[in-house]
Each structure stands twice: as structure tokens, then as C-alpha cells.
Design a protein around this ligand. Structure first.
Ligand code: GLV
Length: 309
């Protein structure tokens, strides 16, 4: 039995090294140099080539190298009977909180404006807002969203959350479902997207939603590029419906050189780096799931394929 590592757009060595440290007795194979396909029972993957899992007749579990599974579920040839698991890691959630928090503070403190003023040698005080006067609305209250919401509320922001089903989280005002989306948006100064990417959530960050936010609101998208209607964002920024946007994810990654986002001063971008998986931290949970699979025990963090996350 062996674990297959299949990540054509990522380095496999750190994964191999850290998994081997946790369990050197397991045989690891790295795609595409697979010598014995029959032996593969567990696949650890990120952005796999479509249909590839059908080459492994004894595959019993597919594990995403990240929290998201949208790129896995997009494969129309995904073997239906093989369970899919994802990574859940407190370190990932904390890194995401730190990214969201620093973006929110950059916005609240008028940092971009002061940078511009400095470049022009302008000494001019700008009105500030306290955290307690600032409402952050978090879309998506899964493990990462809930952690961000709780931490931001403890910092002093007013926090509200929106999810498919109503959630009860200390310090967070909750909204649920399409019926409550615009009510959730009303009065939100900083909109944070932490949703999983499903068909119905594609393009949810659009002009209609932006127009429902508080004046001069800011968008932080750290979920998936396809949640955002890119043309609507440009229009919202040009018409001052939104004052700025922090984007870590894009429909096409890496962002094409000719993309209009690069030169937009109101857009602050990072290259899908808001919360990077620490291979050392997650290796034990991957091996744990491998052992559970070997013993036919229930798996950890199994994805509901129908639901899409
Ligand atoms: C990263 O985007 C992840 O899904 O973990």
C-alpha cells in the first residue's frame, strides 16, 4: 500500500519530507513517476490533472492539500465511491485571521491615503473610525470563518456573519441564507469572503451586494477568485460604491500580466498567499487519516461532495 502525492503545480518534496518524518514505514510515490499503480490506496493532491484518479484501481481516499476542495470536485471523472477529505488546521485559520486583520486595520487607519499624502508631502489629518464603530461582515462561517469572526470580535470590531445555516457564535450577529444576505450587507463596512466555492456561490460578490454595504465599504476576498464578479468590482471602485479591495485570489492564477487589477490603486493584491499550508503542521493529520482508512474507520474532515465542501 502506498500514498500517492500528486501536485503538478506545487513542490512535492516538502510534503514527502514531512510525511516521511511522521511515518517512514509508508511507501510514497510521486506523480507522474508512479511505479506501481495497484499499490496506491491514498492520494494527497492539489490541482490534479482531470481524470487521473481513475488510473488507481485500489484508491480508497483522496486528501486535498488545502482547506478548499473546489478544484477536486470540478473533475467530472472523480471516482464517485472514493471519499474525499480536506485539511483542517488551526494554523491555517490563525494565518487567515492575521491577513484579514491586517487588511482591515490598513483600511480603518487610512494607510493608503496617508501613503499618497506622504508621496506628495501633504500634512493633513484624516477622520478615523474606531474599531467599535466598524462593522466587519464575514461570509462563510466554517472553521476558518468562525475563527476570524471570533478573533475580530475580541479585538473590538462589530462582527456579523453570513452562512448557509444560522450559526451561534459568541460576539457575532448571525444571518443565514439568500433571504438575509442584503440585510447582512446593510451597514457592513468591511466585507470579508471566506466562503467555499460552489456553483451557487460563484459571482456572489457582485454590484448588487456591494451597493447594499455601508458607504465607502471595503472588500477582502480570501476565498476563491470566482466568488467575485471582476467587472462589477471595477465598476464599484470607479463609482465609489467601494473604496478599496484586498484580493488574495483570482479567477486566473497567476494573474495575467495584462489584467486591469495590476494598475488599480484601490486594489491591494497578494498572490494567493493569505494562509499557506504548513506541511509540517498538517502531516500528522494526513497520516492519521491514512491509518483510519487502512483500518476502515470513519475518516476525519470528510467532505460532503453533494454540498460541495
Ligand atoms: C487554499 O486556498 C486552501 O484551500 O487551502
Amino acid at each position: 500500500m502506498s500514498i500517492l502525492i500528486i501536485c503538478p503545480n506545487r513542490e512535492s518534496k516538502p510534503w514527502l519530507d514531512d510525511l516521511t518524518k511522521v511515518d517512514p514505514s509508508i511507501e510514497y510515490q510521486i506523480w507522474p513517476n508512479v511505479t506501481s499503480k495497484d499499490k496506491v490506496t491514498f492520494a494527497l493532491t492539489w490541482q490534479h490533472p482531470e481524470g487521473v484518479f481513475n488510473d488507481y484501481p485500489n484508491l480508497k481516499c483522496i486528501c486535498s492539500m488545502g482547506a478548499g476542495v473546489d478544484n477536486l470536485l470540478r473533475d467530472p471523472y472523480l471516482p464517485e465511491s472514493v471519499p474525499i477529505v480536506r485539511l483542517v488546521d488551526p494554523g491555517l485559520a490563525q494565518a487567515m485571521f492575521e491577513y484579514v486583520c491586517s487588511s482591515a486595520l490598513f483600511y480603518v487607519q487610512n494607510t493608503a491615503l496617508y501613503q499618497e499624502q506622504q508621496a506628495k508631502k501633504i500634512w493633513l489629518e484624516q477622520p478615523t473610525k474606531s474599531l467599535s464603530e466598524t462593522t466587519i461582515g464575514i461570509m462563510g462561517l466554517g472553521k476558518i470563518g468562525e475563527h476570524c469572526a471570533t478573533q475580530l470580535s475580541q479585538l473590538g470590531f462589530k462582527v456579523r456573519g453570513w452562512s448557509r445555516n444560522l450559526k451561534k457564535i459568541n460576539g457575532v450577529t448571525s444571518f443565514a441564507g439568500n433571504d438575509q444576505l442584503l440585510e447582512f450587507a446593510k451597514g457592513t463596512n468591511i466585507l470579508v469572503c471566506l466562503l467555499p466555492l460552489t456553483e451557487e456561490l460563484t459571482g456572489i460578490l457582485n454590484l448588487r451586494l456591494f451597493k447594499s454595504l455601508a458607504e465607502d465599504a471595503c472588500l477582502i476576498n480570501v476565498a476563491r477568485g470566482a466568488h467575485l464578479n471582476e467587472d462589477d468590482l471595477i465598476e464599484a471602485l470607479e463609482t465609489n460604491v467601494l473604496s478599496c479591495a484586498f484580493l488574495d485570489v483570482f479567477i486566473q492564477e497567476p494573474l495575467p500580466l495584462e489584467h486591469v487589477f495590476w494598475n488599480n490603486k484601490k486594489i491591494h493584491m497578494t498572490p494567493h498567499s493569505s494562509s499557506i499550508t504548513n506541511t509540517q503542521a498538517v502531516a500528522p493529520q494526513i497520516i492519521n487519516n491514512y491509518r483510519l482508512m487502512c483500518n476502515s474507520k470513519p475518516l476525519l474532515n470528510q467532505v460532503n461532495v453533494k454540498q460541495g465542501y
